[in-house]
Design a protein around this ligand. Structure first.
Ligand SMILES: CC(C)(COP(=O)(O)OP(=O)(O)OC[C@H]1O[C@@H](n2cnc3c(N)ncnc32)[C@H](O)[C@@H]1OP(=O)(O)O)[C@@H](O)C(=O)NCCC(=O)NCCS
Length: 146
């Protein structure tokens, strides 16, 4: 399995492949928001692929001089449990460190429990929780990059 780190602008074909995978993982994906984030000029994307097929991704973008916001990520169900989520996170954090960022920030929810555990295991701290407009508990996490 190969992990590649892409920075924006992302190719149209990569965008289309990512959308297909993201829709498979997140059944209620907001497509407009997805392309909006993908079109940002400061994006970074760790992508895992095998034999030309996407197996997972982790997408983020610059939030400030010090901080990258890790927006969305996931691993195709049939590839889970083999360390790919960890490798995608490692690739993203290595890129952030190499580019002088000091923090990675992310947001999740209790129902994305595997990602919550993965984040906590990797040194993220919960810094805030709040109820979203549709009544879902959101969890903000920040990790200092040392
Ligand atoms: C979260 C996700 C990316 C993990 O991918 P993965 O490739 O299966 O993860 P890994 O195999 O690298 O697991 C790394 C660690 O994460 C934790 N973890 C992963 N899946 C877990 C699960 N189902 N339950 C508990 N812990 C889990 C474990 O600590 C694991 O380490 P271990 O295997 O040594 O115990 C994957 O489950 C996924 O795509 N989930 C749906 C999408 C999602 O939740 N996105 C986040 C929305 S904010």
């Amino acid at each position: 399995m190969e992990i590649v780190l892409h920075t924006s602008p992302f190719s149209v074909s990569l965008g289309a492949e990512l959308l297909a995978l993201a829709k498979e993982i997140f059944t209620s994906l907001d497509e407009h928001k997805f392309f909006d984030r993908l079109a940002r000029p400061d994006g970074l994307m760790a992508v895992a692929a095998k034999d030309g097929r996407l197996a997972g991704f982790k997408m983020g973008y610059r939030e400030s001089d010090t901080t990258v916001y890790s927006w969305l990520g996931g691993v195709r169900p049939d590839f889970r449990g083999h360390g790919l989520g960890q490798r995608l996170m490692d690739a993203q954090h290595a890129h952030c460190r190499a580019h002088g960022y000091r923090y990675v920030k992310t947001k999740t929810m209790n129902r994305w429990r595997a990602m919550l555990i993965l984040n906590l295991k990797n040194g993220f701290d919960i810094t805030q929780t709040y109820l979203s407009a549709n009544g879902e508990q959101k969890i903000i996490l920040i990790k200092p990059l040392t």
